[in-house]
Design a protein around this ligand. Sequence first.
Ligand code: HEM
Length: 279
Amino acid sequence: MRKSIAGALAFLIIGSTIGSGVANAHQPLVLSDSETTASKGPLIVDGTLSFAVRAAFTKAGQKKAFRAQFKEGEELAVQYLIVDKKPESALRNKSLPTLVITSPSGSKVTMKFTERTKFFEPYGGVNYLYLGRYNSKAQGGIYSFEITSKSRAAITIAVGEKEGVVGEVIRGTNEAPKPVASSTPKPVASSTPSPKPTAEQSGYTMEKVRANNSEASCWSVIDGNVYDLTKWIGSHPGGRGNILSLCGKNGTAEFAAKHRGDPNPQARLKGFLLGPLAS
Ligand code: HEM
């Protein structure tokens, strides 16, 4: 119990520094009003990393949802918190939003409210209350977390306990990502020039790259390959601007300066490959 309080304290402290520009994995993840079902909600790619998911509701009967991915046997650690102030703190348990966790095999668990443990988060000067915790060994795959309101209220669901690792969130797609830690990288065209016929067949010329230079369609060249980054703009953990700045041009230097040798960005990039740049 002490350990998980310490873990949550850490995410709340770090989470509250995000606003001041410190990038960290323990970012708060705020669910939007359109994220009403698991498939419409964001996906936390590694559910063992510490996230604070916030869901606010204006009235009864509203839904918000998100997903988190685990490998078989990993620790699934979920905590339900509210801020210790009205209106939430004055609500009876039965008036608080429900949280239903669905495992990859379809079994459902409803978070039980078993405590009202006060906890002062000194950095933001905020008092929280723990209402419930759920821990188990995860099945491999994607868990869904569905929250349904019963009145006006805002809650925080803490997922994951690992600190200090940058986490990734995918929004705007219901596709499951390829496991990023996969040890067998698929062969992709590398920085060495691709065989000429392939490049010619691909037809991905610099002229076409230059034409796809906007948020609506964003292509970029990285290491001699053309990527369609359009869908990544809104999902990039490092912000939209850093992807938008690559649209319509050769982004090799910018990508390399930030991410050369980082396994996750390299793995993610592969998913956007159109083909080799035609010379
Ligand atoms: C297509 C190009 C890019 C891809 C696929 C990509 C991918 C990613 C991924 C997967 C992460 C999460 C980190 C992790 O899980 O290890 C990340 C974080 C980040 N990216 Fe990118 N990125 C791209 C371009 C850029 C560029 C051009 C910049 C800046 C010049 C940038 C700046 C950042 C920053 C600041 C973070 C936050 C965490 C950190 O500092 O590592 N990214 N990116």
